[in-house]
Structure formats: C-alpha cells, structure tokens
Design a protein around this ligand. Sequence first.
Ligand SMILES: Cc1cc2nc3c(=O)[nH]c(=O)nc-3n(C[C@H](O)[C@H](O)[C@H](O)COP(=O)(O)OP(=O)(O)OC[C@H]3O[C@@H](n4cnc5c(N)ncnc54)[C@H](O)[C@@H]3O)c2cc1C
Length: 423
Amino acid sequence: MKTTRREFLALAAATASAALLPVPAFGQGAAPRVVVVGGGFAGVTCARWIHQADPRIGVTLIEPDTTFTACPFSNGVVAGLRELSAQQFTYDKVAAAGISIARTAATAVDPSARTVTLADGSRRQWDRLVVAAGIDFRWGALPGYDEKAAAIMPHAWKAGEQTLLLRRQLEDMADGGLVVISAPANPFRCPPGPYERASLIAYYLKTKKPRSKLIILDAKDQFSKQRLFQQAWTELYPGLIEWVPLSKGGNVTSVDPATRTLATDFGKHQAAVANVIPPQKAGRIADAAGVADKSGWCPIDPVTFESKLVPGIHVIGDAAIAGAMPKSAFAANAQAKVCGAAVVELLRNGTPSNPKLINTCYSLVAPDYGISVAGVYVPTNGQLADVPGSGGVSPSNAPRPSRAAEAVLADAWFKTITDEVFG
Ligand SMILES: Cc1cc2nc3c(=O)[nH]c(=O)nc-3n(C[C@H](O)[C@H](O)[C@H](O)COP(=O)(O)OP(=O)(O)OC[C@H]3O[C@@H](n4cnc5c(N)ncnc54)[C@H](O)[C@@H]3O)c2cc1C
C-alpha cells in the first residue's frame, strides 16, 4: 500500500515523540554536558530538542554569528522578489528558551579529553558533541576559483553578502547580457537549488531584461526534479534557459575572474554575470574533529547520527553523509530531532529507537509556481535509505492552480521551520 504524504508526516512525528519519553534521573554525578557546534537549522533544532527533553542536561550552542541568514528562499532575494532581512533571524529566542550560547567559533576538538576549543582559546567540556557546522567550499578545487574570485563571480551558496552581490550584478547587467550558472557534481548543499535559482533569475530577466539569456553549465547529466523544471522552463521561459549537461560539455574545468570566463572541455563562456557554485565539503571543524572522511563529508550511524570515525561525536545536517537523504534544511531539522532524541537516550544508557525520517524540498520556478520532491528514509545496512514506494515528486503537467498552491505551501514551510527553529 502506498503511504500518503500526510501519513509520512504523522509517522515521523510519532517516531520522534515516542523517542522523547521523560528522561529518568541521571546517576549521582554532575549533569551531563552536550556541546552543539553550529547554530543553523540542524544545530539549533538539536540543542532545543535536547534541552526540552531534559533541562538538566547542560546544552551549549557554539555559533560565531549573531544573526543567522537562511539559504532557503534566498534565490528569491537574488531575483529581487524579497529582501535579505526576510532571511535573517537572531538567536534571542533560542537563548530565552534556556540554551546557553557561546558567540564564537569552535576551532579544535580533542575527542579523548572530550573538549572543544573556542576561538578565544577557552575550552568547553562535553559528554556528547554534536557537529552541525554546515558546509565549506573546496577553494581551489575548481582552478581559478578562490575566495578572491568569489568577490567577482559570487557563489551565493551561503546566504548573506554573497546573495546581495549576485543580485546587484544582475541589476547592473545590461539587457541582452549572458548569465552563467555553474552547478557542481553531487553531493552538494540543496540539490534542486541551482535550478530554482536559474528559474527565478529567468523570471527576473523575462520581466526586466527580456533580451538576456541564461546558461547552466552542469557537472551532472541529471538533476533533482529535472522533468518538472524543464517542463516549466519550456512553458514559462521559452528560449531563455539553456541547460548544458556534463555529457554535452557542461563540466566547468576552470574560471578566469578577470574576464568572467568559464572554461569547459568543449569551449569557453564569457558571462556578464557568473554564478559559480563550487564543490563543497563539511564545515571545516569536521576535519579538525576527525569526523570527516576522504570525501570531505562525515560518515554517521543512521540511528544515532554518531560519527562512524570518532565515538561520542554526532554529525547532523549538511555535513553528514546521510545516504539517500538530500542536504536540505528540512532534512537537517529532521536529523537534529532524531539525533537529539538519541543523545538523550545514550546519556541515560538507553538504546535509541530506529528512526524514520522525512524530507520535502520545495522549489519555486516563478513566484506563483511551486514544485516539490518528498522522501521517507530508514536505516538500512548502515545507511539511510529510501523507503520503497514512498515519496515522489509533484505531478507533471499539473494545472497552474496546483503549482500556485505548492508555492503557497513552500512559503508556509519556510515560515513554519524558521519559527520552530528561531522563534
Ligand atoms: C540557494 C539555496 C536554497 C536552498 N533552499 C532550500 C529549501 O528550499 N529547502 C531546504 O530544505 N533547504 C534549502 N537549502 C539548503 C539549506 O540551506 C541547508 O541544507 C541547511 O542550511 C543545512 O543546515 P545546517 O544546519 O546543516 O547548516 P547551516 O544552516 O549552514 O548552519 C551551519 C551553522 O554552523 C555555523 N558554524 C560553522 N562552522 C562553525 C564553527 N567552527 N564553530 C561554530 N559555528 C560554526 C555557521 O555559522 C552556521 O550558522 C538551500 C540552500 C541554498 C544554498
């Protein structure tokens, strides 16, 4: 029998709440300490979840930024459809909820002493450490693309100043200009993100600079929600977007910021605006903690999100290798709850229960045109695997009111998750 999306949600919620029964008294010793590194979708959710489950556990969140700038919906900022302020959230309510926040970066981890060193040189002791540091870029992996190049050819793949830079470049571009997006190979943060970005930039160009063109140079031959995106591009932006897959010369082999040129094995593309989304890896503290493997990402146990490399350290969100689960804010939030429940259970010497996780990724192809992909995941052979027959994408050729309804759902999802995490 095929499970509906509503049933998935109920199932996941039930699984999560069953794992969060009241925690019995800890032994005679001091209250356990959990340190969470990274105050994004994963880290804040996990810190809150653990604190709510048992306020006796000392939870410290390490995060250097005083304001969090969310990536979901930031493509709308790039396209001039919303302001960056709509993406920004403070940690005031997280602190008010009883989470102790150290406003600095973690710089080192000593797994045997169970300490984390902070940028000011101080150390925090932990009984369990949760690494939720998101992504970093592999600077230099794409020849010519380093931090200096990003000031000319923005990635805008961490929201903030980079998002605004890309927007300003589009605004400054003359009508008839060429916009080039370079999309990386898997795995990377937000698989549908480059294509949502292409769509919303196309919307901007169609309405403001209709003689312009957009090329996506892709290091892949397939991408998330491909059929739906391509159908919508034909319908909404005929002749405006060209997608060049790997097999047709899409793989960018080097860039030259001086001329805003992207080179592939098949030729060169000189852009008026170049958005280079570079190869990625787990946030660099993961390396320092020894939890990242050669791939740059962090292998985890799918039941507890405990590192397969270093016991006592858990990794959640984009930094983790979560099997079939994509790197999304929705997934980060779901993983954080499962991990939080497991950490509490482990601290009371219990056995964490087998989780079921869900993910839904919405994308906007135009302000009133949304599409989505959903999945359900369970631990299988040491990885998170799709539940056969579950999940799926929005129907193809759905009527426009359904697409408009999905755009409303996308907006509601963003409000709900940011309210849950930061509100
Ligand atoms: C353009 C774009 C669109 C997207 N759209 C969607 C969408 O529609 N839906 C969706 O679900 N997802 C979307 N995503 C993906 C989503 O943004 C990420 O998957 C999500 O942010 C991952 O959460 P995280 O907590 O792992 O990392 P983050 O949210 O990046 O949080 C990591 C935090 O760790 C902190 N940190 C890093 N290193 C340290 C350190 N050493 N010490 C202390 N703190 C540290 C950072 O400052 C940051 O606050 C999108 C991404 C992009 C780029």
